[in-house]
Every structure is written in C-alpha cells, then in structure tokens.
Design a protein around this ligand. Sequence first.
Ligand code: AR6
Length: 194
Amino acid sequence: MANRVVRSSQTLASWTMITLNHTTLELHQGDITRLAVDAIVNAANSGLRGGGGVDGAIHRAGGPAIMAECRRLGGCPTGQAVVTTGGNLPARYVIHAVGPVWQGGGRGEPDLLRSAYANSLSRAEELGLTSVAFSSLSTGVYGYPIELACRIAVDAAIDHVQRGTALQRIVFCLFSAGDLAVYDQYLHNITRNA
Ligand code: AR6
C-alpha cells in the first residue's frame, strides 16, 4: 500500500503545562463531559439541583444516576465539594463543587472559591484518584471574573501539590478560547518567574 502524507489543516496549539514533583497541571479546551479522567469537577449549586452550563451538560451526559445521588446527598454548602458516581460519563466520579456568586469581591468570594477548589482536591485525594479535571467554577452564570478566578484555581492546585499528592494530572478544562488564553498566560507567567 502506498504511503500517504496526511496534512492537517488544523494548527496544533500547544498550551503551557506545569510539572511540579510528579504532577502536571494541564489545560484543555472543550466539553468536560468527554474527558477520560478519574473525576471531573462540576460547577454545582448548593441545592445540587442541576441547572444550566456545565452542570446541565454533566447531568445530560451522565444520566439519572448522578441526580439520584445528588438527591440523597441533599445539598452542599458554598465552598464545599461532594462526590457522586460518574454515571455514563467516561469519568468514574463527579465532584460537585459549589463556588460563590460574584458580588463585587468583598463578600468573601475569593476565600469561598479557593475553598471550593481545595475541597475538590481533598475529595479526589480521599478517593485515591490520579487524575482530575476542573470546570471553571463560578465564572459562568455566577459571574466571577475569569482573570481573578484563574489565579485562585491555579494557586489552589499548586498549593495542594506542594503539600504532597497522589494526583498525577490536574486538568483545567476551559470551554472558550478566551478563557483558555487567560489560563495559558497565567501558567506561562508562573513558569517564567519560577
Ligand atoms: N464543559 C466545560 N465547561 C463548560 C461546559 C462544558 N460542557 N459548559 C459550560 N462550561 P457555569 P457557575 C463552562 O455557568 O458560574 C448552573 O446552572 C462555562 O463556559 O456552568 O459556577 C449551576 O447549576 C463557564 O466557563 O457555572 C449553578 O446554579 C464554566 O463552565 C450555576 O450554574 C462555569 O459556568 C453555577 O454557575
């Protein structure tokens, strides 16, 4: 059979990645429900009632087993995170994290967002997972500015890794190219200043 040279019309983008000890912090653009990682982190509401955005996408793709467990759990305070099955998703688990609604930044939003990321990572650790992918908590309907949220997300992950972790991959899954660019720039700045 003749060899074929396949040329792709797509530009292969390469985004900044950070390796700390044995853990990589990676970026991904697209639909988090398609990621084959141990757990994906949902941007949930405190009633765990489901909704729009990434929450809606996760329940649609994962099927009713996820909502059945959410009902049993009953809810999750802002800043906390709880675990359910991944249902029909490629991921085994969904970690439902509740970020704050942005109210200008003076109502404890940074601490609550940091805590939502840190608690999600603690849940992953308790389950002995090696890979987890985060959606961008609070930056959709809840209105948290992406530049501020990005720093909190990445810094929380670095903090977690520096304390020692079994996680080998922490993925930040961004839906839009604009959000991805914000994360890429921040990771790039960190590597440049390291
Ligand atoms: N994969 C990855 N990211 C996504 C996807 C997807 N399939 N769909 C949307 N995003 P949001 P919040 C991005 O509004 O601000 C829900 O109704 C989206 O572009 O989902 O924390 C809940 O039930 C944005 O960057 O979450 C709550 O009531 C990010 O996910 C409320 O919204 C988060 O946007 C939570 O609001």
